[in-house]
Design a protein around this ligand. Structure first.
Ligand code: UDP
Length: 482
């Protein structure tokens, strides 16, 4: 339940038990997390950490906050999560900023004085409400362009403010510079700036002034929790993507709030034949977004994977509603269906387009989990990618990845943990990499195990929290709040 107080929404923060983490990350890492949390709590002296973003559900940022804020709460560090409000014009402007930071024009609209005035006005109204609650010395973590305009008023009110950008590209051009020029005046007030990778730091941020903190995945979330083989098969048979006969057990999982869940919904499947439980399946899980290049995966599979040996392809994404707030999603999905229809019959029978229902977020996550766990090879043939959570998710499940060397994927698929494609448009190279792994399950296993270890070492929540604690500790001493 959420409480709406005019513009702001307070997202209820439920503790997410940290204790189960010990079995996973081991005693020393767990002890360090607890010890750092204790020290950090003492340094905070009763002050609070605020997370401020623009949505409580949907999207990678909200998913990460659900987990991290819950863990921080369980670690007894005072933490709050607030969602700002705005009108459609405000969100049209921030979506424009989002697209341009990614180097695309988006709706092509302006980012001039009128937009700046509107943007600042909406955030001033949000700041007005926040100032009634945030106290001097509190630590505020602002997420993404939607909240950048809060930095100056919150700093003026005595808060220590960090702006955390979850998006970016490895290069700059006129499009990205236009977005940064718009945001820059709002951001200079912040005490710290955080990016997911060093190449995303815009050139106007002084060298060394930005912190690099990559995202993380939650190993206990429905998306990533351990599922045994029969549960995976049961979920896949239930949703209708596996020809497994009647499942031997129900597709049970643990919901985000710790209660028991069972997958009962079904996917929408475009396909002619379902793989059997032992058929190798190549999977790409993505939104239906051109930059994810689902069409290229289908073409690469048809031309270079299927003709050379056995195996199926599943392209898996969220359902695209008839009236969708993401019109591009519906168009991209329709293009993939049209392309699938044109495939030669023999290949068409081995490729499936799968859309997963979104009405129950936990159940959708459990479906994604099962699909990823079942995959013989996971593809992420994106043309651009901020971080690519799907990559870490697949690697965590010990799957070998064939992924494009773009954006944050390059930080994840490191030596021996998968195959990086230097040119995402080279379908022959993509096909050869996928085929090679399908034909060499031992190598695929080795890569999958190395992939799991890399995520275990680098991209779990304790690492993420410690990096924040280190940054916040430094800033609190610098701002004299400690
Ligand atoms: N995802 C999902 N259901 C779907 C398709 C995707 O939950 O049907 C999730 C996926 O598991 C991942 C997120 O959406 O957690 C996508 O994040 P990513 O960083 O890979 O790409 P983005 O969509 O943010 O560009």
């Amino acid at each position: 339940m959420m409480k709406r107080v005019s513009l702001l929404i307070t997202v209820p923060v439920n503790p997410r038990p940290v204790a189960p983490m010990e079995g996973l990350i081991g005693g020393p890492r767990y002890t360090r997390l607890r010890a750092e949390a204790d020290e950090f709590r003492r340094g905070l002296g009763g002050r609070c950490i605020w997370n401020i973003n623009s949505t409580a559900t949907g999207g990678g940022v909200a998913e990460m906050l659900q987990a991290l804020v819950g863990y921080v709460c369980d670690l007894d560090v005072p933490v709050r999560w607030t969602v700002i409000g705005g009108d459609p014009d405000f969100f049209a402007i921030t979506k424009r900023l989002h697209n341009r930071i990614h180097g695309t024009a988006g709706d092509g609209g302006p980012l001039g004085a009128a937009e700046a005035e509107h943007y600042a006005g909406v955030l001033a109204a949000n700041a007005g409400e926040l100032l009634g609650e945030i106290r001097p010395g509190d630590l505020v973590l602002l997420h993404d362009p939607q909240t950048a305009g809060l930095a100056a008023p919150l700093v003026a009110a005595g808060a220590t403010v960090v702006w955390r950008c979850h998006i970016g590209v490895d290069w700059e051009d006129d499009t990205t510079r236009a977005a940064w020029e718009f945001l820059r005046p709002y951001l200079t007030a912040a005490h710290g700036h955080v990016f997911s990778r060093s190449k995303y730091v815009p050139s106007w941020v002084p060298a060394g002034a930005a912190s690099i903190i990559p995202p993380s995945i939650d190993p206990f979330a429905p998306k990533n929790q351990e599922l045994d083989r029969d549960t995976v098969r049961a979920i896949l048979a239930t949703i209708g993507v596996l020809d497994g006969g009647t499942p031997t057990k129900p597709g049970r999982y643990v919901r985000g709030d710790g209660t028991a869940g069972e997958v009962t919904g079904t996917a929408t499947v475009v396909g002619e034949r379902l793989p059997g439980p032992d058929d190798p399946v190549v999977v790409q899980v993505s939104r239906w977004d051109r930059l994810k290049d689902m069409a290229g995966v289908l073409r690469g599979f048809a031309d270079h994977v299927a003709p050379a040996g056995p195996g199926y392809l599943m392209l898996v994404g969220p359902e695209v509603a008839e009236v969708s707030d993401d019109p591009e999603g519906a168009a991209v999905y329709a293009e993939c269906v049209a392309q699938w229809r044109e495939l030669p019959a023999a290949v068409r029978a081995r490729a499936l387009l799968v859309t997963l229902p979104l009405d129950d977020v936990d159940e959708n996550a459990a479906m994604v989990n099962a699909v990823q766990r079942h995959a013989a090879v996971i593809a992420q043939k994106s043309l651009a990618e901020g971080f690519g959570l799907t990559v870490a998710e697949g690697m965590w499940k010990r799957r070998p990845l064939v992924a494009s060397a773009v954006g944050g994927i390059q930080d994840q698929v490191v030596d021996g943990t998968g195959i990086l494609l230097a040119d995402p448009g080279d379908l022959g190279a993509f096909g050869a990499a996928v085929r090679g792994l399908l034909d060499d399950p031992d190598r695929a296993d080795r890569m999958g195990r190395a992939a799991h270890s890399h995520v275990h070492e680098t991209f779990l929540g304790d690492r993420h929290l410690l990096r924040y604690a280190e940054l916040f500790g430094k800033l609190l001493s610098r701002t004299g709040s400690r």
